[in-house]
Design a protein around this ligand. Sequence first.
Ligand code: OOB
Length: 548
Amino acid sequence: MTIEFTRWPDALAQRYRERGYWLGLPLTDILQRQADRDVAAISDSISTLSYRQLDDKSDRLAAALQRRGLGAGDTALVQLGNVTEFYVVFFALLKIGVVPVNALFSHQRSELNAYASQIRPALLIADTHHALFAEHTLVAAFVEQHPSLRVTALRNAEDDAHSLAAWIAEEAGDFCASPTPADEVAFFQLSGGSTGTPKLIPRTHNDYYYSIRRSVEICRFDSQTCYLCALPIAHNYPMSSPGALGVFYGGGQVILATDPSAQVCFPLIEQHVITVTALVPPALTLWLQAMKEWEGHPSLDSLTLLQVGGAKLSETLAARVPQEIGCQLQQVFGMAEGLVNYTLLDDDPQRIFTTQGTPMCPDDELWVADEHGNPLPAGETGRLMTRGPYTFQGYYLSPEHNASAFDEQGFYCSGDLISLTDDGYVQVQGRLKDQINRGGEKIAAEEIENLLLRHECVINAALVSMPDNLMGEKSCAFLVTRSGFKPVQLRRHLRELGVAEFKLPDRFVRVERLPLTPVGKVDKKLLREKLIAQEQSISQEHTAPQGE
Ligand code: OOB
């Protein structure tokens, strides 16, 4: 029993095999390669696991889950934060062919319900430290809502019957791993989304393993690498670009941080002699600020590489990395759907500061389309179109959306507006998709608009981005309402619907009506311009000399 998904056409699959991208190995091989080593693989603030322990614990958990009737054909909903158990669980599930969705820890009921209703999981693995699963009655309510759930294991559980820790401690017996075949789905990645329901991205062993190996090669990870994982552990970037899985492949060490703040990360960098980490631009801004303001801050001297990606990095901020942190910068422009671009370690600084990198695989086909779908020459801005050995061919169970997200040749249109330099480096210029990139955290406008419309006083809603110095973008909801409202009421409404906190609009604006384009769609461009104009007039007021 395997998961249904859109496969690559045979001719492409054959090419990817012939060229050595697809090796026919399961992702469990990443751990297998290191399994008999007694050196540290991963640490959080509570524990450190060696490679041998990571392998042993994931065997034990895999066996425990198998004994409870789970196996190939089953799916799992997993929600764990930046803790070592995340990878114990990930490898355990891969070992028994159970296909997980790893929700972000910031996700709430609305997101988890959306994932569960798509994959119909047999297994739930969650943490009682999350508000949704803090009490037995809450867990029971969630399970009741999803009748496919047969088995539940909880981190920090009160009773042994559902304790993840207790299951990891059970004997593995004569357990033998049986992952799904390498060209089948290994797990689902989460899409940043631009539609009403969060979409899932099937990733196969073959495609994901390639993206990890190639990332390791480009970023030169090896057994000396000590990687600080401060971004959400389940995100594609810290998982595979090269991320924790890249570190495991190279035999290095992962240190988990609970968040990317300087207060948390700086001491960890000094203590563990961290060599590389991955940030989003707002975290970098805060780090640079902290370096200035925090007298005698812990030393960052061990850092040799700082990756920045997930949202656009300005040239000015980029140039400050080598100058002020004293280490090399790498820009990373990737997506959970596949394609990842890196600036190369030997690129000259100007290129590193001004581009978002180049596709990592020689067989990444990347071109820029105009509004009619025709290719544009270098230097001109248009839609990013891509196809390749680790870029998916379709969202899970979404034929309608796939029909518009892919062209006839299977090229994926990411919704990013880019231009290419003469030698194939990407410069991100903007976005067509209806999404807000709040400092790397993605918000699908339609998802929030639908939830706002469920409030009795809301007649019409449009969520748009507004520029923000720190976050790059924040979100603003334009609303047509039956009566006056207080933002606090609408925030409460969204929280009650169980939506992740980062998706709550930063600002609410009441309008008489929403402006429409000639074809009758909400004119979001105009709304964004309105916000910028307002912002400018406010800042002019603030900067106007007194008495004027
Ligand atoms: C990463 O993955 P997602 O799936 O959360 O978001 C993908 C989207 C891209 O389509 C683009 O709109 C934006 O995030 N993005 C960037 C960027 N990196 C991602 N926009 C401008 N500059 C960049 N450097 O965000 C992701 C996945 C793997 C590695 C790195 C990031």
